[in-house]
Design a protein around this ligand. Structure first.
Ligand SMILES: O=C(O)c1cc(=O)[nH]c(=O)n1[C@@H]1O[C@H](COP(=O)(O)O)[C@@H](O)[C@H]1O
Length: 287
């Protein structure tokens, strides 16, 4: 696999274009950074801010220059209060400096003005947690995401909106019909298709579609990226992706956390696990 830098000339491109270039160069794998207490323990680290920092920077040092996309899970940093958020900030900066893209998984969603606060924290170019894309929740209405959409457009960042999540409870809401007719998930996908309509190549507004959903009748051709968590620990497989995503499979960003992190703390073992996963995804996703 290639460990080439993505190229600094991409820095002014929109998120979708940068994501496509990064995945083409380094492979499609997204490594989720989820520092669970049990993983800190398995790595021989204490469940403290210091342990969190050693774990997180261990992953960063081993993989930042060879993996295209990282998805730190904010919850596991928030667990340690401001000390944990400081580690998330540092890790995001280090990963981006190494040419990787960072999706902060915080699943934010609120009414317009409050959403604007989240957008300025995570999406504004000079925001304290400025990242390449943020996961957001549409359950206050797709339109409630507008401030994040505006900020993402201004900053060349992206969003991943929950559509068909990997957890078994998801369909209770996501398969329900909206007043206008489509399912909740279908309405989210329609909204994203509209946002990506004028994109040149891959759009910047993506959907979260779990790798664990057996199949779907929804139209996943949103002209934007499809973040697919649920691989490995939750049962999703590389081979299953073609069944779930069909013709849209080329836009899938396969995300794996525990499956890769469990290989540590050895940097070589982490690199082998990431390379193996990336090779498998390249084969299945048509790279
Ligand atoms: O938005 C996500 O990334 C997400 C959506 C979803 O439907 N399911 C899901 O598991 N996730 C996240 O993806 C990660 C999955 O971790 P592993 O199961 O260890 O690979 C966690 O951080 C979840 O919060």
């Amino acid at each position: 696999m290639s460990h080439e830098p993505i190229g600094s000339d991409m820095s002014n491109e929109p998120f979708g274009a940068r994501l496509r270039a990064a995945m083409d160069t380094r492979g499609p794998l997204c490594v989720g950074i989820d520092p669970h207490a049990h993983l800190l323990d398995a790595w021989g680290l204490p469940d403290t801010p210091e342990g969190l920092a050693s774990f997180t920077y261990g992953v960063v040092d081993a993989l930042a220059d060879r993996v295209a996309v990282f998805k730190p899970q904010s919850a596991f940093f928030e667990r340690f209060g401001s000390a944990g958020i400081a580690v998330l900030e540092q890790a995001t900066i280090r990963l981006r400096d190494a040419g990787a893209l960072v999706i902060i998984d915080a699943k934010r969603g609120d009414i317009g003005t409050t959403m604007a606060g989240y957008a300025s924290a995570y999406l504004a170019e000079k925001g304290p947690l400025a990242c390449d894309a943020l996961t957001v929740s549409p359950y206050l209405g797709f339109g409630s995401l507008q401030p994040a959409i505006d900020e993402a457009r201004a900053a060349g960042a992206g969003l991943f909106v929950l559509a068909l999540t990997s957890n078994p409870e998801g369909p209770q809401f996501q398969s329900a019909r909206t007043v206008a007719g489509p399912t909740v998930a279908g309405a989210v996908l329609d909204g994203l298709r509209e946002l990506n309509a004028d994109a040149d190549g891959l759009g910047s507004f993506g959907a979260v579609v779990g790798a664990t959903i057996a199949s779907t009748d929804e139209d996943l051709d949103i002209r934007g990226p499809l973040l697919a968590p649920g691989l490995g620990a939750q049962g999703g497989t590389a081979e299953g992706l073609t069944k779930v995503f069909g013709a849209a499979v080329r836009n899938v960003v396969p995300s794996s956390s525990r499956e890769i992190l469990g290989a540590g703390p050895s940097a070589t073992a982490l690199q082998d696990a990431a390379d193996r996963a990336n090779d498998g995804f390249r084969r299945v996703l048509g790279y």
